[in-house]
Design a protein around this ligand. Structure first.
Ligand SMILES: Nc1ncnc2c1ncn2[C@@H]1O[C@H](COP(=O)(O)OP(=O)(O)OP(=O)(O)O)[C@@H](O)[C@H]1O
Ligand SMILES: [Mg+2]
Length: 249
């Protein structure tokens, strides 16, 4: 079996490039395991080809690659927004490919997802945007308030809880997106180009927030095109090219 590991001592993730992991054992130290995963969309596009990837609990991984290489598709498989055509996707000890209905909804509650375009609800305040997921899950007003405050404080927006998204800068809107992702205290955050619409300073702030969460033990996977940002951090990097995963050169 070919196992690629990165050179730096901090780089603990492992990429494997063949199908020997088909008979994999579920590894409880792993937060994410992709085993011989391929994704072909119904239009015939081979978005991912035989991906094997393991990300351990508490790691921070950057996923880079050109436009159209498959980064978003890979994240979508991790939060169950797309199903693989082949292979197994295991996240937080759940086989995502086997989840449907309520079990899938429950699984998603334990995953924080951050998007490039923030996906905030325009006519809702910051506090409402962050708490919308908790409301949907039936939390009481008191419990929502208890969870809201630390999330907004962590992203530095407690004083803007009653503002509407249109009155916030791009960086602030993304921080609302992060607060919404973490309010349910998920063990893993998936961020798809979270800095794609931000200037370097705001991008750095966002990455520092992910690093802080990571220091609390949260597993973080961030896709990005920003080479400078990646170089500034000392985190493992996996590159994806034409749907295939490789070590970054
Ligand atoms: N729903 C879909 N139906 C068909 N093809 C799709 C779909 N979503 C993505 N693709 C195709 O799959 C490939 C990978 O797309 P994906 O969005 O994962 O790339 P990406 O690396 O995230 O790109 P970008 O950096 O531009 O966001 C592309 O060729 C894309 O056209
Ligand atoms: Mg994408």
């Amino acid at each position: 079996m070919v196992v690629l590991t990165t050179q730096k001592p901090t780089d603990k993730f492992v990429l494997t490039q063949n199908s020997e992991t088909k008979q994999h054992n579920r590894n409880i130290a792993a937060m994410v395991q992709l085993c011989s995963v391929s994704k072909t969309y119904t239009n015939g596009c081979h978005a991912l080809v035989n991906i094997n990837l393991e990300v351990k609990k508490g790691e921070f991984l950057f996923l880079t690659g050109p436009s159209g290489s498959g980064k978003s598709t890979l994240l979508k498989l991790l939060y169950g927004d797309e199903l693989p055509t082949q292979g197994d996707v295991i996240v937080n000890e759940s086989n995502v490919t086997a989840l449907r209905g309520d079990r899938l909804s429950f699984f998603r509650r334990r995953i924080g997802v951050v998007f490039q375009d923030y996906k905030l609800i325009p006519r809702r305040t910051v506090a409402e945007n962050v708490s919308v997921v908790l409301k949907a899950q039936g939390y009481t007003r008191k419990e929502i308030q208890r969870r809201l405050e630390p999330s907004l404080k962590l992203v530095g927006l407690y004083s803007k809880a009653d503002c509407f998204p249109e009155h916030l800068s791009g960086g602030e809107q993304q921080r609302v997106g992060i607060a919404r992702a973490i309010v349910g205290t998920p063990p893993i955050i998936l961020a798809d180009e979270p800095t794609g619409n931000l200037d370097p300073e705001n991008s750095w702030q966002v990455i520092q927030m992910f690093q802080k969460l990571n220091s609390f033990g949260v597993t973080v996977i961030v896709t990005t095109h920003d080479e400078q940002l990646v170089r500034r951090c000392n985190h493992p990097v996996a590159q994806i090219q034409d749907g295939r995963l490789s070590r970054k050169s």
